[in-house]
Design a protein around this ligand. Structure first.
Ligand code: NAD
Ligand code: DAU
Length: 390
């Protein structure tokens, strides 16, 4: 029996829609309260803003533990929006989650909260297991219980959810590493290789298992590397922008020929909103930028643009390029085939890499205070541990 919320369950029985394959044809009709986890982080903050602005008649609840990566400064402009609510809660703490669910009664969850940095997962894997695996399982359990109209689950008979959705935000890293050729498609077998990607793969498996076993309506999307405003400067692009501004070494792991597919974060937020609105239950969508770069070439392009904006002679900051010891188990290449989301839902990236990178650099140049605030304190300890003895 799963009777955490008997009063809620009773209320919802009256508005039940039966049938396994139904889907909110129009989310405006059914969903009133949308909970976004990890909304104070990099991608989450752009997703929260998109939903708050696009759906003024819906309540958007941002649930975030405010770890080192969460920053309410990212959402200062929304503080007075009447349809925006912030709840500080940790997804590894079930009681904290229950309180938020009881207070806000979410109809849908968009789940972004996670430990997200591969290098940190190599330093401290257990933090990733706890948040990404256990935290996701907590949210799934709660959604199953909260949304279920029939607390007695039995296999193959799950008509008892209203118009709800558990939308899980995942990564292309679950597919492993590619050679020179080929792309990740939605059916590529999972082959995660770092503690981070293994923890995300585990969370994806749990989401599908809850769909299969309990009929929980879910969607998963797996996206490539994001870049853009508000990204914490532990990740390659903002770390290098910050280091160029401070004329510090730009650490390039290994031979620098590792390849990633880069997508502007606002295009990812747009893809998430599109999938939320039009995606099919139990489907997976790959999201990517059709934009592959070797790290060394990308950082040279970054240097070119930053130097130009700062009025430095062309290539002046190339002297900062420093090849350092490789990341253990470093995945050689990721490349997403985003044909499905393009063909079925009509989404494609809206900005070119040159434009996106230029806007990103402009944002960091205009927000030096933000950068200064996040690169003080514990960041310095992380930086020392990660780079000084490399
Ligand atoms: P981020 O590290 O910038 O933000 C993560 C957010 O989650 C932070 O606000 C943090 O406070 C919050 N959080 C962490 N642990 C929590 C906990 N226990 N309880 C509640 N909140 C917690 O991450 P991001 O780069 O914005 O990534 C967001 C999601 O997108 C992640 O699930 C990540 O795996 C996925 N993703 C990221 C990328 C990328 O390139 N950054 C690409 C594909 C998928
Ligand atoms: O592919 C999606 C993933 O992209 C997301 O799921 C992760 O949350 C996100 O962090 C990102 O993972 P990566 O490991 O690819 O991103 P990162 O910015 O850490 O590194 C990009 C590439 O640059 C990678 O090949 C490692 C390399 N690198 C990174 C850092 C931080 C360096 O050469 N030097 C560095 O200092």
């Amino acid at each position: 029996m799963h009777l955490f919320f008997p009063n809620v369950i009773f209320k919802k029985i009256n508005s039940v829609t039966f049938g396994k394959d139904f889907r909110h044809k129009n989310i405006n009709e059914f969903m009133k309260n949308i909970l976004i986890s990890g909304g104070a982080g990099f991608i989450g903050s752009h997703v929260v803003r998109k939903f708050v602005e696009k759906y003024p008649d819906k309540n958007i609840i941002n649930l975030d533990a405010l770890t080192y990566a969460g920053n309410l400064e990212n959402l200062r402009d929304l503080e007075n929006a009447p349809n925006y609510f912030f709840e500080k809660a940790d997804i590894t703490q079930i009681e904290e989650l229950k309180q938020v669910f009881e207070k806000h009664q979410p109809d849908a969850v968009i789940h972004l909260a996670a430990e997200s940095h591969v290098d940190r997962s190599i330093q401290d894997p257990m933090a990733f297991i706890k948040t990404n695996v256990q935290g996701t399982a907590n949210l799934l359990n709660l959604c199953r219980d909260f949304w279920s109209l029939n607390p007695e689950y039995s296999h193959g008979n799950f008509p008892n959810y209203r118009e709800n959705l558990f939308y899980h935000i995942s990564t292309d890293e679950v597919y492993g590493s590619l050679g020179e050729e080929g792309y990740f498609v939605e059916t590529t077998p999972y082959d995660p290789k770092s503690p981070y990607s293994a923890s995300k793969a585990a969370s994806d498996h749990l989401v599908r298992a809850y769909g299969n076993t309990y009929g929980l309506p879910f969607i998963i999307s797996n996206c490539s590397n994001n870049y853009g405003p508000n990204q914490f400067p532990e990740k390659l692009i903002p770390l290098c922008i910050s280091n160029i501004l401070n004329q510090k070494p730009l650490p390039i792991y290994g031979d620098g020929k590792y390849t990633r597919d880069w997508l502007y974060v606002l295009d990812h937020a747009e893809a998430i909103e599109t999938i939320f609105r039009k995606g099919k239950i139990a489907e997976t969508y790959n999201i990517g930028g059709f934009n592959e770069w070797k790290n060394i070439d990308l950082i040279k392009e970054l240097i070119r643009q930053v130097d130009e904006k700062l009025g430095n002679p062309e290539g002046a900051s190339e002297k900062l390029l420093t090849f350092v010891k490789d990341r253990p188990g470093h995945d050689r290449r990721y490349a997403i085939d985003a044909t499905k989301i393009n063909r079925e839902l009509g989404w494609k990236p809206s900005v070119t890499f040159e434009e996106g990178l230029s806007q990103t650099i402009d944002w960091y140049l205009e927000n030096e205070e933000w950068l200064k605030n996040v690169t003080s304190g514990t960041y310095l300890e992380y930086y020392k541990k990660q780079y000084l003895s490399r």
